[in-house]
Write a protein that binds this ligand. Structure first.
Ligand SMILES: Nc1ncnc2c1ncn2[C@@H]1O[C@H](COP(=O)(O)OP(=O)(O)OP(=O)(O)O)[C@@H](O)[C@H]1O
Length: 292
């Protein structure tokens, strides 16, 4: 079971700031989405509304065709894990958190949960406030994945984990998603690390939608041009340059803008290599706005 999401003209205002600004977005079910945005761009606000942590006041959100707020069917089936550690309750033990998840989540897989706790070495008999930051993140990930919710959202929830644990998490997420397809939204600042998981990318900035595209087509919005320095310079003259690196006589220049067929033929002629742009470079370019 997978849930799609339809968002229409969604606006969220806090005193002095519009966190979400007339956002319209349709996400099909059964894909892994990357939700990218700079600090304060509205990611957590958006995910909290989709997860029915807050009521929508302007615009609409439909998950699997229904509004999620105070909708029991949906709240059991939508799982949002936030980095802020919603699971960390004074006096609560890891075992207690797992028990609650087991009761609440219709799709809970106990064996899988135990496998994840072992993998990430989470001590189950410890109070949650005594866990290290990485262990708390791992507990969040365990609850997020083992719930097998048709809509699973992880909001920076793996940020506290060290690199080997994060990579183990990416592998296990992909493996479990293939075995149990569902809609997964990952919000992250570790863009390059997670990019290979994303089927589609949603970029928001100042609460507005900047891009929603297949990851590959987004990466084709520009190119990394590599080859002899002089030829690379000639080829990229007049293009929007996102960054460059030089190593001896070889240069790599990342440009924004589609490279047409004729230009590609010229590049091949000049011995230049073209490859898609790193998602992070595009993200920086698309969100730099007035703040740069
Ligand atoms: N409870 C609140 N009261 C007032 N303003 C808020 C509240 N929550 C969020 N904001 C503001 O709304 C905007 C969006 O915040 P949000 O937490 O959704 O961004 P984010 O993209 O998740 O940021 P980050 O990447 O830093 O976690 C920010 O300007 C933030 O200061």
């Amino acid at each position: 079971m997978t849930f799609g999401i339809e968002i229409q003209d969604l606006t969220v205002r806090y005193p002095g700031v519009t966190a979400i600004d007339s956002l319209t977005l349709k996400l099909e079910g059964g894909k892994i989405y990357g939700l990218l945005g700079r600090n304060g761009s509205g990611k957590t606000t958006l995910l909290s509304l989709i997860a029915a942590f807050r009521r929508v006041t302007e615009g609409t959100i439909l998950v699997d065709g229904e509004a999620p707020f105070e909708n029991e069917r949906l709240t059991q089936q939508i799982c949002l894990i936030r980095e802020s550690g919603d699971l960390v309750v004074e006096g609560e033990y890891v075992k207690g958190i797992l028990h609650r998840a087991r009761m609440l989540r219709p799709g809970w897989d106990e064996e899988f949960a135990q496998r994840l706790l072992d993998l990430f070495e989470v001590p189950v008999n410890r109070g949650v406030t005594k866990l290290s930051r990485g262990q708390r993140s791992a507990l969040g990930i365990t609850v997020g994945l083992a719930s097998r919710a048709p809509l699973t959202m992880l909001d920076e929830s793996y940020l506290g984990m060290d690199a080997p644990s994060r990579y183990a998490f990416y592998d296990v997420l992909l493996e479990d998603y293939i075995a149990h397809p569902r809609t997964i939204i990952l919000s992250t600042h570790l863009i390059e690390e997670v990019a290979r998981l994303f089927e589609q990318v949603v970029i928001i900035d100042n609460g507005r939608l900047v891009a929603h595209e297949d990851t590959e087509s987004l990466r084709m919005r520009g190119a990394a041009v590599v080859g002899p320095a002089a030829a690379v310079d000639d080829f990229t003259t007049g293009m929007t340059v996102l960054g460059e690196q030089r190593l001896g006589g070889t240069k790599s220049v990342t440009v924004y803008g589609e490279i047409g067929r004729d230009a590609r033929a010229v590049a091949a002629d000049w011995g230049l290599e073209l490859s898609p742009v790193a998602l992070q470079d595009l993200f920086v370019h698309l969100t730099k706005g007035d703040r740069a």
